[in-house]
Design a protein around this ligand. Sequence first.
Ligand SMILES: [Mg+2]
Length: 231
Amino acid sequence: MRSPEPTIAGTPVGDPAADWLLGQSAALIVDLDGTLASAGLRRQLRLWREIGAEGRVLAHLGAAMAAARGRRHRDLDGFLAETMARRASVPPHRARRALTAVVDGAWPRAFAGASVPPGLLRLLRAADRRGLVRAVWSDHPALDKLAAMGLGGWSVICAARPVGALKPLPDAGWGLLAQLGVPPCRALLIGDRDDTDGAAAAALGCRFLRADAVEAALAPSRLRGLASRLV
Ligand SMILES: [Mg+2]
C-alpha cells in the first residue's frame, strides 16, 4: 500500500502550552477512533449508508468488543463474530463477513476527509517540532484509516485486534514501545476513553491525557467540540 504523505505541516516557531503538555516525553502515542478522528455526523451517515443489511449484525459489535476486553484471545475475530452472530441470531460466517467487509473495509473508507481535532493537531505539530516519535495504537487496523485521512509521519502504527488483546491489555503497547525504542516513562498516550486508553496507559506505565483535556487546553475556545461534531 502506498504510504500516505505527511500532512502535519505548518509547524509554529514555539508553543509553550503544547510543549508543557508534552513534558519530557520522547514518544507521543495516539488512539485513533474518537481521538485522532472523531465520530463525526457526516462520516457516521456515510458509514451507515455503506453498512446496509449488515447493520443488524454490526449493532452488536460494541457489546462483542466489551465482552472481549480484559482477556487474551487466540482468535479474537472469531470470538467477535461468534458473539455478534449469537446476539443477532445469524450464522457466524455472516458476522465474520460483516467484520471484514464493513469494519475493515467500509469503515476505514469513511475516514476520508476526517480532520484531526484542532487541539490535538497543535500537539502533534509541537511533537514534530521537538523531534518526538509519533505512533498510533488502535483496537482496529488503522493503516487504511490513516491513509484515507492523508495522515503520515508515524513511526509505528499498531492494532490490538490482530494481537488478540484489546485495550486495556497492554500487549500491543509493549510491542509498540519496543519498536519505538522508548521506555514507558518517556511515552505520552492520548485517548478518548479512561476505561480502555487510560487503563492501558496505566498498565504500560506511561502518562495519559484524555483527548477532551487536550482540546480544552489547546483548541481555540470557539472551535472546542465544534470540529468533532462536524467533520
Ligand atoms: Mg477511541
